[in-house]
Design a protein around this ligand. Structure first.
Ligand code: ADP
Ligand code: MG
Length: 457
């Protein structure tokens, strides 16, 4: 029977739209079209290969989970290049279709345990990883494990927020081991995949296969996103515990990643937690400005995109929490400049990235006046009123100065209005005198710095 109603993909898109940031949805999902679905395999049209790889690298899990939840069981996904893309998709295609030698898979099975298991991403190498204070320990530990797998830091547990390089480091270890010895049996997996395969193979009565894969045919077990394991998945946890013990006893390397410290993995049995914590625990945290700049420069170089310093600084300032978003911004810049052929000025970059940036709260005059009043222990009414005692006149002038300096829209008459209807020449003279004194009087300059910090512009 044919069920009427929105197509599977339409329902998946609805879910994705609600669960991803706007720019992710617009850039990556909205261009995908459903080409066919037979109940167990969905065929999706993407604008180009780059698009497919990006989706798989960054949103593969999400896509699989969402599809699974819409359909009710795991679904295989097949991608093909669908030339009927939108203009934006064409833009991406232009930047994207530079040869990417590491791309080979064209049909990718997701969620089917019989399918070839997750591959190592060969773009995630130590070479392409920028090391800074935010990831130094984790990178050094990863390198040590790559050089002596199973013999140092076993297990290595890497934890930290999303998009900070955990998966990258995990795969970098794998790539380096393979480089030295292509015969090493790496088993890249994730807690989610481990659980899925366990459930499916258990049901099919194929535990032998499961154990062979994760216990016997293994030299290095790489398990990503361990936080995924749920409390309810007791049997899976039990299986993981024994897998861990067996590998550990045989000095097989185990590398784990998680978005939190092992102690905070509340869903995990305590005996597993203590096993995980027994080796080395290394964290990655948010990269400081210099590291963000270095990452942007490195990626731009790889993309052969020329970025001026002011654009690099703008992007580095706009995306502070997450390297994945930094990369997303860069990809977007590359796509737009290649489509329009316009030079990538700061102004143009701002325009392109406008809707990806967290909306900045516009600074209001009232906020500035409030902060100044609080600093000088006066009332807002004092600053807006008519009284002209010295302390009040001083605070009022400083507040006017900051309104002028920090609020782009604030004209002299607008400021005069905001201070209870003064004359605009009063504002002008207050602003000028304050600026002059700031230049001459270091103590006053420090006072202004502190107020500006409190205003938090
Ligand atoms: P996580 O697994 O911590 O969520 P990923 O390892 O997937 O994050 O990193 C997200 C993206 O950011 C990847 O494309 C990765 O290559 C990139 N990335 C993260 N940290 C760095 C870094 N220090 N140098 C270069 N690229 C990085
Ligand atoms: Mg990851």
């Amino acid at each position: 029977m044919l069920l009427e109603g929105p197509s599977t993909w339409t329902r998946v898109l609805e879910k994705l739209e609600n669960s991803t940031p706007d720019y992710v949805y617009k850039n990556w999902f909205s261009h995908i079209r459903e080409l066919g679905f037979d109940g167990s395999r969905i065929s999706l049209g993407v604008p180009n290969l780059f698009h497919r790889d990006w989706i798989l690298d960054h949103y593969g899990d999400l896509l699989r989970r969402t599809l699974g939840s819409v359909v009710g069981h795991p679904v295989e996904v097949e991608f093909s290049v669908d030339p009927r893309g939108s203009a934006a998709a064409v833009a991406e295609a232009r930047t994207a279709e530079r040869p990417k030698p590491d791309v080979q898979i064209s049909v990718v099975s997701v969620g089917d345990p019989a399918a070839p298991r997750a591959k190592i991403n060969d773009r995630y190498t130590f070479d392409s990883f920028v090391v800074g204070p935010s990831n130094q320990l984790a990178a050094a530990a990863a390198l040590a494990v790559a050089d002596k797998p199973g013999r140092v830091y076993n297990p290595l547990f890497i934890y930290g927020g999303s998009g900070l390089g955990k998966t990258h480091l995990l795969h970098a270890i794998g790539n380096r081991i393979l480089e030295r010895d292509p015969g090493v049996r790496l088993v890249p997996t994730s807690a989610e995949q481990f659980l899925n395969e366990f459930v499916v193979l258990l049901r099919k009565g194929r535990m032998e296969d499961f154990r062979r894969k994760f216990r016997q045919d293994v030299d290095v077990l790489m398990m990503d996103d361990i936080q995924f394991l749920k409390k309810e998945a007791q049997e899976t946890q039990n299986e993981l515990f024994h897998t861990f013990n067996e590998l550990h006893a045989a000095q097989k390397a185990i590398i784990l990643t998680s978005d939190v410290h092992p102690n905070e993995l509340a869903n995990l049995e305590s005996r597993l937690r203590s096993r995980f914590a027994a080796g080395l625990i290394a964290d990655v945290f948010e990269p400081p400005f210099e590291v963000r700049v270095a990452i942007l420069k490195r990626k731009a170089e790889l993309e052969r995109l020329h970025l001026s310093d002011d654009v690099v600084h703008f992007v580095a300032n706009g995306f502070k929490r997450n390297v994945r978003e930094l990369e997303g911004a860069l990809t977007r810049l590359a796509a737009h400049t290649s489509l329009t052929g316009k030079p990538l000025t700061l102004h143009y970059a701002e325009e392109i990235l406008h809707d990806m940036l967290p909306a900045k709260q516009a600074l209001s005059m009232d906020h500035v006046i409030k902060v100044a009043a609080r600093y000088y222990r006066l009332e807002v009414e004092d600053l807006k009123g008519e009284r002209r005692t010295r302390p009040i006149a001083h605070a009022r002038a400083v507040a006017m100065y900051f309104c002028r300096k920090l609020i782009a829209k604030a004209s002299l008459p607008a400021i005069a209005d905001g201070f209870g209807g003064k004359h605009h020449t009063t504002v002008l003279s207050a602003v000028e005198k304050t600026a002059e004194r700031r230049a001459k009087d270091p103590e006053f300059a420090r006072e202004l710095e502190e107020i500006e910090r409190q205003i938090g512009a």
